[in-house]
Design a protein around this ligand. Structure first.
Ligand code: OGA
Ligand code: MN
Length: 234
């Protein structure tokens, strides 16, 4: 059975995205976000220019160590049985995602539910209707997510993801000017939030292992499981 989000990605992937050629990161060309207290931005966000960072200022956030190792284990224990029943999908060339399996979850254990309440508390502080099922995406070590924009029909202005099992690099590229890009280092057990124009006007992608470099620093990719909360369109 195709899950909702597979369908979403297939739809959104049909949008005429500018082909994005991955460029080598040159440390000299990087600009580091100065960061605000508590959001980890100082070390975890960099971009092609001050202008590129300005475009997403206040709309991207990475919170390091958002969950403990014990919480990560509890979440995985809860998710593994469902994931193990599925096979990784590699061969759908038109999918936005390569090497993945996925599921959705509505009911959580008390431990999982408590973590998700914390995610929702920081990502959706104003309340508002959320997409009921939480999206769980399991990327194989060789898996990656191509540049895409989440469906505006099904998803609202905010996307919040917990990264389990692996560090990774998320790249945002301006749809207006592909020279403007911003990279987020997503450490294992961190939470990222992308909102507003960072979500609508930039594509996002998760780099494959061979290209997984942040600010000149190699970020080896392992199998990675993301737990993603979204709100509904206004
Ligand atoms: C998605 C997506 C990012 C992630 O599923 O649409 O962009 O962190 N996921 O897994
Ligand atoms: Mn997405």
């Amino acid at each position: 059975m195709r899950h909702l989000f597979t369908v979403i990605k297939r739809l959104s992937n049909k949008a005429p995205l500018r082909a994005h050629v991955l460029r080598p990161l040159k440390a000299s060309g990087l600009v580091w976000e100065s960061g605000r207290a508590g959001d980890g931005a100082g070390r975890l966000v960099c971009g092609s220019s001050p202008g590129a960072l300005d475009k997403v200022r206040g709309q991207v956030e990475v919170r390091e160590e958002f969950i403990s190792e014990a919480e990560e284990s509890a979440l995985l224990q809860e998710l593994e049985p469902g994931l193990r029943k599925k096979r990784y999908e590699f061969d759908h060339w038109d999918d936005a995602i390569h090497g993945y399996r996925e599921t959705e979850r509505v009911q959580w254990s008390p431990a999982g539910g408590a973590v998700l309440d914390r995610v929702r508390g920081v990502a959706f502080p104003g309340g508002g209707p959320l997409l009921g099922p939480v999206h769980v995406l399991d990327l194989d070590k060789t898996g990656y997510i191509k540049p895409h924009v989440d469906s505006v029909k099904f998803c609202g202005s905010t996307i919040a993801g917990l990264s389990l099992l692996s560090d990774s690099v998320m790249r945002l590229v301006s749809q207006q000017d592909a020279a403007d890009w911003v990279d987020l280092l997503l450490p294992r057990r961190s939470l990222y939030i992308i909102r507003g124009s960072a979500r609508y006007d930039f594509t996002h992608e998760i780099l494959r292992d061979e290209e997984s470099v942040f600010g000149g620093l190699r970020v080896p990719r392992q199998r990675r499981v993301t737990v993603i909360c979204r709100n509904l369109p206004a």
